[in-house]
Design a protein around this ligand. Structure first.
Ligand code: KIV
Ligand code: ZN
Length: 534
């Protein structure tokens, strides 16, 4: 291995670091759906989880290794603290993958050593070396991260990296764990590593960074200019606190500005060849999938994938774009897979047309999933004359969402108006198959529905986020509802799409309650071992 690779390796950590944000907890089936999509997107490495953290995490890593970690698939990686039991769990979970990677880490900053690890530098040096060698005894592909590297003493960092590489690390990852550095500082850290770690040519330099100051992507791009060749990032930038560097922003910056970056990778400036292996046309779909399944909404003005990212509001801009797109657009929306949102199907469209269009949109569903989605499609087509690509996407994402099917909404009825007390009646099917009906009065129709549902489910919780977005324009648009609720210190999310936003609100709420209910039943605390919150 050498840092002289002339392309950028994309290491996706949506399912590990991304999943650490409150309420983004995904079940195994949902993780698998996302992993398959990440493979279609073309990421080089999927960090599938932290195998030691919980039995659920172990199973998810193992399942993704089996199903997605195929010959032509991406490398599948598991995180592991620099502890034997963690490394053993990672190695075991990764066994089904054709290409597996253990990613082991230990902190190197003085503040972490003194207050968190309570270890001396000499101890950390010895542990890093010993645990990289231990990981290497299981597989050849080993990544080592000195956590909080960006705040570590550079001289100590160089020593740790040299020892880790000597022990067998093939990738050394430099995390800005607390999102503290600025681009020029981060670039200088990478440059310092290249100049001062004698065996650095035997490993790929990777970067990992959090977005606390909104600088993660800028830091990474500066790192690339200074020799970093692997970027650890997440879809929509989700992750711990302010999140991680966003995959779509990095990839599109490297794509749109490739002539600027080419020379830093030893390519001729005019080369048009892509700097990453990412199929950019899969970006938008991946973003929507991750947002829907995690319940983490994308802000409208988010670069690349926000609803307004390609919208021109000002008259001057619209006029320019009509005359020549390039006047105000630096990239074509189609490049990220945003189609023109064609009207494609209607109520007379059959299963074949439905299946064919889904395939064209990149959805490959199992027969059982297709059947469920087709039933939903027919229901929507009865209410909405023209079904567009975006409607189809909303229907499919909703159907493949894998919230546990414990309580099910059978009926929602509301009465409200200017001089009426908003009143709701709901019927839910319970996990035992019983149908329970209750009613409540609320401050508005959604509040009344939620109160009625609470009377049936009877698990105390606090609603902390409620949002409605329309998928397309028009009075008959599908509305998507995303909610997040808190139970004790844990957050659960729910998402649903329907032409009736009151029904969508009820379904989204029940989805979130089902996740909460399932976690109470299995006693599998979503709060994982504290070390995972890294
Ligand atoms: O932010 C961090 O430092 C991490 C490491 C485990 C790479 O997530
Ligand atoms: Zn992190």
């Amino acid at each position: 291995m050498t840092n002289k690779t002339d392309r950028i390796i994309i290491f996706d950590t949506t399912l590990r670091d991304g999943e650490q944000c409150p309420g983004a907890t995904l079940n195994i089936d949902e993780k698998l759906v996302i992993a398959k999509q990440l493979a279609r997107l073309g990421v080089d490495i999927i960090e599938a989880g932290f195998a030691f953290a919980s039995p659920g995490d172990f199973e998810a890593v193992s399942k993704i290794a089996e199903v997605v970690g195929t010959e032509n698939g991406p490398v599948i990686c598991s995180l592991a603290r620099a502890i034997k039991a963690d490394i053993e769990a990672a190695a075991e979970a990764l066994k089904p993958a054709v290409k597996g990677r253990i990613h082991t880490f230990i902190s190197t900053s003085d503040i972490h050593l003194e207050y968190q690890l309570r270890k001396s530098r000499a101890e950390v040096l010895a542990i890093a070396e010993e645990m990289v060698a231990y990981a290497k005894s299981f597989m050849t592909d080993v990544e080592f991260s000195p956590m909080d590297a960006a705040r570590s003493d550079p001289e100590f960092l160089y020593q740790v990296l040299e020892r880790a590489i000597a022990a067998g690390a093939t990738t050394v990852n430099i995390p800005d764990t607390v999102g503290y550095t600025t681009p020029s500082e981060f670039g200088a850290i990478i440059k310092g590593i290249i100049e001062n770690v004698p065996n650095i040519d035997q490993a790929i330099i990777s970067v990992h960074g959090h977005n606390d100051l909104g600088l993660a992507v800028a830091n990474f791009l500066e790192a690339v200019k200074n020799g970093a060749r692997q970027l650890e990032c997440t879809i929509n930038g989700i992750g711990e606190r302010a999140g991680n560097a966003s995959l779509e922003e990095l990839v599109m910056a490297l794509h749109v500005r490739r002539q600027y970056f080419n020379p830093f990778l030893g390519r001729p400036e005019e080369s048009q060849e892509s700097l990453t292996n990412i199929d950019t046309r899969q970006i938008y779909k991946t973003s929507r999938l991750v947002s829907n399944l995690t319940g983490m909404l994308v802000q409208p003005n988010k670069a690349i994938v926000g609803a307004n990212a390609f919208a021109h509001e000002s008259g001057i801009h619209q006029d320019g774009v009509l005359k020549n797109k390039l006047t105000y657009e630096i990239m074509d929306a189609q490049l990220i897979g945003l189609t023109d949102n064609q009207i494609v199907l209607g109520k007379h469209s059959g299963r074949n047309a439905f299946r064919t269009r889904l395939k064209e949109l990149g959805f490959e569903l199992l027969d059982s999933e297709l059947n469920k989605a087709f039933v939903r499609f027919k229901e929507v087509a009865d209410k909405k004359k023209d079904i567009s690509d975006w409607d189809l996407e909303a229907i499919v994402n909703d159907e493949i969402q894998q919230a546990p099917d414990l309580f099910r909404v059978e009926l929602v009825q509301v009465s409200c108006g200017s001089n009426a007390k908003p009143t709701a009646t709901v019927t839910l099917r319970t996990p035992d198959g019983e149908e329970l009906t209750d009613a409540a009065i609320g401050t508005g129709p959604v509040d009344a529905v939620y109160k009625a549902i609470n009377r049936v489910v009877n698990v105390p919780n606090e609603l902390i986020e409620f949002s409605v977005q329309s998928v397309t324009a028009g009075i008959d648009a599908i509305g998507e509802v995303t909610i997040r609720l808190r139970y004790e210190s844990k957050v659960f999310s729910g998402h649903a799409a329907n032409t009736d936003i009151i029904v969508a609100s009820a379904q989204a709420y029940v989805n979130a309650l089902n996740r909460l209910y399932a976690s109470l039943q299995t006693q599998q605390k979503p709060e994982k071992v504290s070390a995972q919150k890294v």
